[in-house]
Write a protein that binds this ligand. Structure first.
Ligand code: DC
Length: 230
């Protein structure tokens, strides 16, 4: 049956380890919306480039590869996931080579416009929470539901370190802080679609807030807006 209802889009942006992705997944679950992590799309492109031995600092090579790939997007348990050339990258999206190279891939304008289009197309999965760096500013600038999460760099490094230890059994906080700072710098200063607080976004500093507090703040905000007809 055709669905002509306009999707509700909740845009949640912010720097790495600001709590965005945990919070966004929980907000999506509470609202029964689909969750889209836009960073995964950039990580997918990076994963495939590394796999194919493409030098990520060479935009021509990356763009050439990009146009040969077959992406397939689908929603699984209300989370948008994808395969590239029939393969599910799964946890490899969070591996070290991908982590280190993804911010460079994300500076290539052609990669951004290609992925922004794919991300806009995920609207077909229905009401959604999308998290990233430019969701409110570029991907869905017309949505009235925009949030920007931030936290002090030390706190973000502590959170990311905890995640790494859980995933890989080890990690070094000062190395994590260095890597986050490097990535933030690239994300904030790139010429195209840099990380920024988009017009109309509600800024939430999560440094001393628990996940539950941030989730309920956003969920109640969204519910209020929906009850007022947005
Ligand atoms: O959110 P994340 O850590 O998975 O993002 C990985 C990288 O992708 C990060 O360096 C910034 C980039 N990115 C982006 O440029 N635009 C987005 N909408 C999402 C992520």
């Amino acid at each position: 049956m055709p669905n002509n209802k306009r999707s509700v889009i909740v845009a949640i942006d912010g720097p790495s380890a600001s709590g965005k992705s945990t919070v966004s997944k929980r907000v999506a679950e509470d609202l029964k919306f689909v969750f889209v992590g836009s960073g995964a799309f950039y990580r997918g492109m990076t994963w495939k480039s590394v796999r194919e031995g493409v030098e990520v600092k060479n935009p021509e090579q990356v763009i050439h590869l990009m146009f040969q790939l077959k992406w397939n997007f689908y929603a699984e348990n209300r989370v948008v996931v994808f395969t590239i050339d029939g393969e599910d990258p799964g946890l490899q999206l969070r591996s070290e080579p991908v982590r280190e190279k993804v911010a460079t891939i994300a500076t290539i304008p052609e990669v951004r416009s290609f992925l922004v289009e794919r991300l806009r197309e995920t609207k077909r999965f229905g009401d959604m929470v999308m998290e990233g760096r430019d969701v409110g500013s570029v991907i869905f600038p017309d949505t009235p539901l925009k949030f920007y999460l931030d936290a002090d760099p030390q706190e973000r490094a502590r959170r990311r370190h905890k995640e790494l230890v859980q995933m890989e059994g080890e990690g070094n906080v000062s190395e994590v802080l260095d890597s986050l700072t490097r990535r933030d710098q690239i994300d904030r200063t790139r010429k195209i679609d840099p990380l920024q607080i988009s017009l109309g976004a509600k800024v939430i500093n999560t440094t001393s807030l628990g996940i539950e507090e941030v989730v309920s703040l956003i969920v109640s905000n969204v519910q209020q807006a929906i009850s007022k007809g947005l």
